[in-house]
Design a protein around this ligand. Sequence first.
Ligand code: URA
Length: 241
Amino acid sequence: MRLDKLIEKQLQTSRKQMKRLFLSGKVRVDGQTELRENRNVDSKLHEIVVSGERLVTEEHYFLMNKPAGIVTANHDHQHQTVIDLLAPADRVPGIYSVGRLDRDTTGLVLLTNNGPLGFDLLHPTRKVSKVYEALVNELVTEADVLAFAQGIVFTGGEACQPAKLVPLWYDDKNGYSQVQLTIAEGKFHQVKKMFLARGKKVVALKRIALGPLNLPADLPVGGYRPLSLAELGSLKPYFLS
Ligand code: URA
């Protein structure tokens, strides 16, 4: 959470008192004087000491294996949301999904009430990789691999960054290909539109990784669990603001 909000909440300071603590060098993170009031911190990752007192955050981070049919939004009038899949005790204030998957897409979703983390993790300049497995309704060829590597241009002209497409297998009975695709951006319906630009259709899509986080093999569809300390530690470089 933001350091200024943490100080105000835990030390019950006014805004003015909080600012004074920064200006007088009383705020230290990992042993260094911190001047950025909006710095994103988590006490599981950072040592936060203000006027000699150690502060503790209560941030929540969950990895979910999203089923098809569920929307990645906080509220929806028609469909169940990823928030609805959380136990009531885990629906903490401010919880949201970092990025979105389409309703029919399955796989890894990160949920947190750490607002700045989602912003930093998904900021286009960070180029955080997202890895998908897709089932495509045709043979995926070396020409497709090359086109993805060169940067797909959507019908309409929008250009994508180079992406790594790896054909995994081809089922010649139904003509479907299974592929793995790594992209470093998050345009709306990006994977489906990339294949459409090649005249092919994605019939099933699953996200298996987001930056350093991988979809755990033992996490059942519809299930979720808190991030391990190691997984949270892998996100530390994204605590940027
Ligand atoms: N690309 C898509 O087309 N859909 C998703 O859900 C995610 C990436």
